[in-house]
Design a protein around this ligand. Structure first.
Ligand code: SF4
Length: 143
């Protein structure tokens, strides 16, 4: 039986991004040779729709470009994702870089001006706190 690995659903071509887009990445598809890929989108799991207003993390809150507070949606989605990983023995995740949910190490700065800062997305941070290994789509060479 192949090891299960969590993957941001949009990296597997599911059109769940805030603007209704997704990504078609052959390098992600190649992971199927070794792993059972489990697609998951924390923002949709947290109750947000597609499309939706883009959101960024600012001072511990997640605010859309129009100023709506979607912190609870992001936190709910992160908790659902973590729970699924823990219940299914998933110890690795490949998450979309720079997303306010999925981003690792680098995210947008909360000003909605495309500026990047150090930090994790909400789901990424929760998975890391719970000892789940997180890789972005550009870090999967060793998997
Ligand atoms: S929350 Fe994650 S999986 Fe969902 S669209 Fe954004 S980057 Fe992709």
């Amino acid at each position: 039986m192949k090891e299960k690995i969590l993957v941001s659903a949009c990296l597997l071509g599911e059109k769940l991004r805030y603007d209704g887009g997704g990504y078609d990445l052959p390098e992600i598809q190649r992971l199927k040779e070794k792993y059972e890929l489990i697609p998951m989108c924390p923002e949709v799991l947290g109750g947000l729709s597609v499309p939706r207003d883009p959101a960024e993390i600012k001072d511990g809150f997640i605010l859309t470009v129009n100023g709506n507070d979607v912190t609870k949606n992001f936190e709910d989605g992160a908790q659902i994702t973590l729970k699924y990983c823990l219940q299914n023995g998933i110890t690795k995740a490949v998450l979309k870089a720079r997303s306010p949910s999925c981003g690792k190490d680098i995210i947008y700065d909360g000003t909605h001006t495309k500026k990047l800062i150090e930090g994790h997305g909400v789901t990424c941070a929760l998975l890391l706190e719970n000892d789940i290994e997180v890789y972005t789509e550009s870090e999967i060479g060793g998997l």
